[in-house]
Design a protein around this ligand. Structure first.
Ligand SMILES: CC(C)(COP(=O)(O)OP(=O)(O)OC[C@H]1O[C@@H](n2cnc3c(N)ncnc32)[C@H](O)[C@@H]1OP(=O)(O)O)[C@@H](O)C(=O)NCCC(=O)NCCS
Length: 144
């Protein structure tokens, strides 16, 4: 069974931040703790559960009343390429639409640009180089 929802207890929050670290910060040589920032207090958090196992993470930040931004989006390594990223993205977009956002923007890592393009996002411009290593691209999608 697939579920997209916020983590709801201490164990799930620990797993959520650990997966974020393992997938998005550890490979870049960053220390534990670097996976969190102050936006975690205000962002909307989404976890993808497969048969109660947490396998995907994402955060949605408010930019203004109509625009939100996806951040920290990842699917566990052994579950990549099986459609789970698409299901997590759909869950985030459905929530954004229900909550009145008409556009989602994001900073895509170079390796993820094609994934977002397959899901209706357009690349707008080349942006920053995270930790001097990972090229990012500003992408956006009109939801309605
Ligand atoms: C990028 C990521 C989230 C994609 O999730 P995923 O579960 O592997 O993607 P899916 O299996 O749902 O793929 C959905 C679609 O995108 C395509 N796609 C996914 N990754 C792709 C890639 N690297 N190149 C080309 N197409 C890709 C799939 O072929 C599929 O297309 P389809 O709908 O036509 O079949 C995942 O690979 C990941 O977590 N990567 C490491 C962390 C990361 O880079 N996160 C993004 C930060 S901006």
């Amino acid at each position: 069974m697939i579920e997209v929802r916020s983590p709801k207890n201490e164990k799930e929050w620990e797993e959520y931040y650990l997966l974020r670290y393992e997938l998005l910060r550890k490979p870049l040589g960053q220390p534990r703790g670097s996976e969190k920032n102050k936006g975690d207090a205000t962002g909307k958090h989404f976890a993808l559960f497969l048969d109660n196992q947490l396998i995907g993470v994402s955060r949605l930040d408010t930019i203004d009343s109509s625009i939100s931004q996806i951040r920290f989006f990842a699917v566990s390594k052994q579950h990549q390429g099986k459609g789970f990223g698409k299901q997590l993205l759909t869950g985030v977009e459905e929530w954004a639409m229900k909550n009145g956002y008409s556009k989602i923007i994001l900073q895509a890592r170079e390796n993820a640009v094609k994934f977002y393009e397959r899901n209706g996002y357009q690349s707008k411009e080349k942006t920053h180089l995270l930790f001097g290593k990972v090229q990012h691209y500003l992408m956006e999608k009109e939801l309605f």
